[in-house]
Design a binder for this molecule. Structure first.
Ligand code: SF4
Length: 297
């Protein structure tokens, strides 16, 4: 695998009302920036091409280190470390700062892709979840991100059926999802975590309703992934070669900057093994919900 993950911090201070992580992993602890950079350099030397900086909430990196450096500076260090591709996960919307968005725009190595968990598109539910942002703030961030990185691809997490979620709350989620147009959406039906505040909230939405909401969201998710993938048709993308296609050894499979799977036919004298780990240009000819298909250029 050419992708690697570097933990830049551990723990979480946020106490979203449905989540057990702060209880089991403890408070935020950031690693020293020198140590992170050293690990990144080691991974580059070992041949990794795509590095993801990892933390429960990377945007609050550094708060425990006397407030300096903050995440944007660590991201910039990774951006100029020499690695081909840098990503980061997870970004809590309440802590996504303008400096981080500026760093994303400033370094070519920082990929035009961001996972920004929405969880719900209802302010009432967001308050009950203790998420500390509302829909307006979230959509404002999306606008700022698109202004700085016009071609950015956004992914998200949605919880369906948080205790007390009404049809109206759920429609709020559908509206935000339509408006943002996510490339990828991870959907979960709420499940109770004992020991969290949400576990004691009245929760009486029938299962059939939750399943029906899940299916409605699923349809929207497919539609917006397809729309995002189709936007790539006609473009030439740098593709990191990862393997041959599982079904056909004469087709290479790789990843675009936005982490889309890309397939391209190899010429008869080409061998995918010789190309592993290289970044090749592929013109996208067609797209489905799950992958892009193109021609090597
Ligand atoms: Fe922390 Fe994420 Fe859990 Fe919220 S959902 S408490 S930000 S780990």
């Amino acid at each position: 695998d050419l992708k690697a993950w570097v933990s830049i911090m551990y723990g979480c201070n946020n106490f979203c009302s449905y989540c057990i992580v702060p209880y089991v992993r403890g408070r935020e602890r950031s690693r020293r920036p020198e140590e992170i950079l050293e690990e990144v350099k080691g991974l580059i030397a070992a041949g990794y091409k795509d590095i993801t900086l990892l933390g429960q909430n990377v945007n609050s990196y550094g708060r425990d280190l006397y407030g300096e450096p903050r995440f944007a500076q660590v991201l910039a260090l990774a951006g100029r470390s020499g690695v081909d591709r840098v990503r980061f996960v997870t970004s809590h919307p309440k802590d996504l700062l303008p400096e981080t968005i500026e760093a994303m725009a400033a370094y070519d190595a920082i990929m035009p892709q961001l996972h920004l968990p929405l969880q719900s598109g209802s302010d009432r539910i967001l308050r009950a979840m203790n998420r500390s942002y509302d829909v307006e703030r979230y959509l404002g961030l999306v606008r700022d991100l698109r202004a700085a990185c016009p071609d950015i691809s956004l992914s998200t997490d949605i919880i369906i059926g948080f205790p007390g979620e009404t049809e109206e709350d759920f429609q709020g989620t559908l509206r935000v999802v339509e408006e943002v147009g996510y490339g990828q959406m991870f959907r979960f039906i709420y499940s109770k975590r004992p020991g969290t505040p949400a576990a004691t909230m009245p929760d009486d939405t029938p299962r059939e309703i939750l399943v029906e909401r899940f299916e409605r969201l699923e349809k929207l998710a497919q539609k917006s992934s397809l729309a995002e993938n189709r936007r790539e048709i006609g473009r030439v993308l740098p593709v990191l070669v990862e393997s041959a296609s599982k079904r056909d050894a004469s087709i290479l499979a790789g990843k675009s900057p936005k982490l889309q799977t890309v397939h391209a036919q190899l010429a008869t004298d080409m061998c995918v093994e010789d190309m592993l780990g290289s970044i090749v240009n592929v013109r996208v000819d067609d797209a489905t919900t799950n992958y892009l298909q193109g021609t090597l250029v």
